[in-house]
Design a protein around this ligand. Structure first.
Ligand code: SAH
Ligand code: F3S
Length: 493
């Protein structure tokens, strides 16, 4: 998942650092919660679970900060900057508390998990601290807070997937939705705080995933993104952690559902819905997944495949379980098995001990792949991670910055090149919303996840439209709908 607004080029899922203010119908006399989310898509998805759990405790969501009885901020720890953003927001909430002393403030998500009860001392205005696996305890915790006591639950779980919680879709366009399929991560990349804040990896029962898909289909949704920190390692065999799979019964092993099988099931069950997934980890992505993508036209030809570095020495120090060469082989396989597949990256500039030649390796890997877009960051040391414990953050800030700029410049060049290739072609676009720049234009995305803007004509949000691309910038395609006429129904794929 994409987690920062540091630099996000051509970012169609531009949730990075954006504030999501949740709103559903509010009735007078009821208690109201205002929820803000930062960070990855999983956090936005979790906030929909939180809204659902709190509705059972009598809370309705509000988009009006000053109306709220409870303010919740779902936080991100991935880089220091993400935490600073949240601290600044908490200062703003302090102002709200001055005018309304009864309002309670809660911190959810990764910062809650990382800082635990220390948060209550560090930030005097915080009344409630709840980690990502403890949301079902929110009704109890909120009752504590209402009674004037501070409340903390940061217990991580090996089982919790919230598979039984029906998310309340918030600030939704009614067209695209997230469905979480795994939680946590066991990969232990040395720079990454996620395994510590989100705990062990676990997979959700495919039955509950399919049920959630059915609900979305009935409500008219047209695109679903299956979410997890590491979706390729999804595995369901009737319970138990993945590491015990070898010890499972013969029947359990035979009936187990791996990620490519889940994709197959979901795509088959909902031919009218576009399927996306995020995030893929190169070491865990199988060729089976590529073949399932090729088999179903409603699985989008798009893979977010973070690599972090093009240097074998750096990949090793990051504990990424693949080499540069293996990654290139995977890229070759994608290009062969899923032609026209959009590919995006995450990169980190200035990891400890990164040399100029390591950095050159990153640039040359980028030249090899020609990514459609990417999310690029300067290394940010996170307390408690293996890199923080074992490696000195020894690349000077100016060097990190310069390397990042070079990576970004190359990405911009490639994005422009990729977009140029679409000029004159006709692409399938799912309309999501009105263009930000013009109320006469729609904005949607191609399968490859590139944003397309075109004149509205008689089309509506949620329509699949064939659009001929006429021009582009490095971030957006501009085009014109190919009209099939009002009587001819158009099925994508
Ligand atoms: N597997 C996850 C990765 C989450 S972190 C997923 O679902 O996408 C998202 C990206 O943030 C990572 O791919 C990495 O490029 C970046 N990142 C993580 N930790 C970082 C750190 N300490 N400093 C800089 N960037 C980091
Ligand atoms: Fe983090 Fe690596 Fe997992 S980047 S979320 S530890 S795959």
């Amino acid at each position: 998942m994409h987690q920062s607004k540091d630099i996000a080029l051509k970012n169609p899922n531009a949730f990075n650092g954006e504030v999501l203010e949740l709103d559903s119908e509010t009735t007078a006399g009821e208690k109201k919660v205002f929820i803000e989310s930062y960070g990855c898509q999983m956090n936005f998805s979790d906030s929909e679970i939180v809204a659902s759990i709190l509705s059972e405790a009598g809370y309705k969501t509000t988009s009006q900060l000053n109306d709220a009885d409870l303010i919740l901020v779902n936080t991100c720890s991935i880089r220091e900057k993400a935490e600073q953003t949240v601290r600044k927001r908490l200062e703003a909430f302090q102002g709200v508390k001055k005018t309304n002393p009864n309002v309670k403030v809660g911190v959810l998500g990764c910062m809650a998990e990382r800082l635990k009860s220390a948060f209550l001392e560090e930030e005097k205005i915080v009344d409630l601290v709840v980690g990502p696996d403890a949301y079902k305890d929110l009704p109890n915790l909120v009752a504590e807070v209402e009674a004037g006591r501070d409340a903390v639950n940061v217990i991580l779980s090996k089982e919790e997937t919230y598979g039984d919680v029906q998310p309340v879709r918030l600030q939704s366009n009614g067209v695209t939705a997230f469905v979480s399929i795994t939680r946590g991560c066991d990969n232990m990349c040395t720079f990454c705080v996620v395994p510590f804040t989100r705990g062990r990896e676990r997979s959700r029962d495919p039955k509950s995933i399919l049920e959630e898909m059915n609900t979305l289909a009935e409500a008219g949704y047209k695109e679903v993104t299956l979410l997890g920190q590491n979706v390729d390692s999804y595995l369901w065999y009737g319970g138990g952690p993945k590491k015990d799979f070898a010890k499972a019964s013969a029947l359990q092993q035979k009936t187990a559902v791996h990620f490519h099988q889940l994709l197959d099931l979901v795509a088959q069950a909902h031919l009218g819905i576009r399927i996306r997934f995020s995030t893929s980890n190169p070491q865990d992505m199988t060729r089976d997944v590529l073949h399932i993508m090729a088999k179903h036209s409603n699985i989008c030809n798009y893979i977010h495949l973070p690599v972090q570095s093009g240097s074998n020495a750096v990949l090793k120090a990051m504990n990424r379980q693949h080499t540069r060469e293996e990654y290139m082989e995977l890229i070759d396989a994608i290009k062969r098995i899923v032609p026209d597949c959009g590919i995006s990256q995450d990169m980190i500039a200035g990891f400890p001990n990164e040399t100029e030649s390591d950095h050159e390796d990153t640039l040359s890997l980028m030249e090899y792949v020609n990514y459609d877009f990417g999310f690029m960051f300067m290394y940010s040391e996170r307390p408690g991670t293996p890199a923080a414990k074992n490696l000195e953050d020894n690349i000077p800030q100016e060097v990190k910055k310069r390397r990042l700029q070079e990576i970004v410049a190359m990405q911009q060049k490639h994005a422009r090149y990729k977009n140029d290739q679409f000029i004159g072609k006709t692409v399938e676009v799912l309309i999501e919303k009105e263009s930000k720049k013009s109320d006469a234009q729609w904005s949607g995305r191609t399968q490859q996840n590139t944003v397309v803007v075109f004149p509205k004509e008689h089309y509506a949000v949620g329509d699949f439209v064939d659009v001929t691309v006429t021009s582009c910038t490095s971030a957006t395609l501009l085009g014109q709908a190919v009209d099939f006429g009002p009587t001819q129904s158009h099925h994508h794929g």
